[in-house]
Design a protein around this ligand. Structure first.
Ligand code: F6R
Length: 244
């Protein structure tokens, strides 16, 4: 069985609060923390709580450094659906972070060079907490099923499943969804001191069941969390826990 700590909450708000509590405790203890951040629908509630706590001065991001998991390729950095835009809109613009301390892989230009550059940056630091969502197919970052666990930052072809899942951000038009992305590899994710995976909704239940079964299988990328040497929290709502 997995040594992952599973926290089942009643709803999305509680899931967000539990995850936020762990970040808040860390930031109070270590104001110059290095945070690994994720995009997507799942972290929005958590980011809202962190913004509130920053506005009320309970926590500061003044000395915090962030590294994001991934970015779409072949859309401009300022595209309204880029992860660069997402992070500014949903977190960075509302907190006292120094923008120079925020990092995302670059999706425009030569992906091989961009991947090498991000890999070199990551190799110089240690992430205190890495936040993850999970795809309905078990992906973490954009490490799709079948990805080798020892890959570093790399370009990926998104699977049809992920393109369909993400079409909701692109007017439900599959043709508008980028087909490639740059992502931290599972090796980079497992380097973090602590990992927090959050998930809500029935469409995540199968992925959560697989992680919690303790299986280690490259066709279920999130199952790599069972290899992590440090602390892993899986924080889910009732629906995402419904198949355990
Ligand atoms: C986002 C990321 C993805 C998402 C996953 C779930 O940076 O790396 O793995 O976490 O696709 O997305 P949502 O939260 O939209 O269901």
């Amino acid at each position: 069985m997995s040594k992952i700590e599973l926290i089942i909450t009643n709803n999305y708000e509680e899931m967000s609060q539990k995850a936020a509590d762990i970040f808040i405790n860390l930031l109070k203890k270590k104001p110059n923390s290095v945070l690994g951040l994720a995009t997507g629908s799942t972290p929005i509630g958590l980011y809202k709580i962190l913004i509130k706590k920053n506005k009320s001065k309970e926590i500061s991001f003044k000395d915090v450094i962030t590294y994001n998991l991934d970015e779409y390729c072949n859309i401009p950095k300022n595209h309204e659906q880029s992860y660069f835009t997402y992070m500014n809109k949903n977190l960075f613009a509302h907190i006292d972070i120094n923008k120079d301390n925020t990092h995302l892989p670059l999706g425009e230009g030569d992906s091989k060079l961009n991947s090498e550059k991000y890999e070199n940056e990551l190799n110089k630091i240690k992430i205190d907490i890495q936040l993850l969502g999970v795809g309905s197919n078990g992906h973490i970052g954009f490490n799709e099923p079948g990805t080798d666990f020892d890959l570093g930052v790399h370009e990926v072809n998104l699977t049809e499943n992920t393109i369909k899942d993400n079409a909701r951000f692109f007017e439900n038009d599959i043709s508008k969804v980028p087909k490639k992305a740059i992502t931290m590899g599972i090796k980079n994710i497992l380097n973090a001191e602590t990992i927090i995976l959050i998930a809500n909704g029935k469409n995540k239940a199968n992925a959560i069941k697989n992680i919690m079964s303790g299986i280690i299988d490259k066709n279920i990328p999130a199952s790599a969390l069972n290899l992590h040497k440090g602390k892993v929290y899986v924080i889910v709502d009732k629906d995402a826990a419904s198949m355990i």
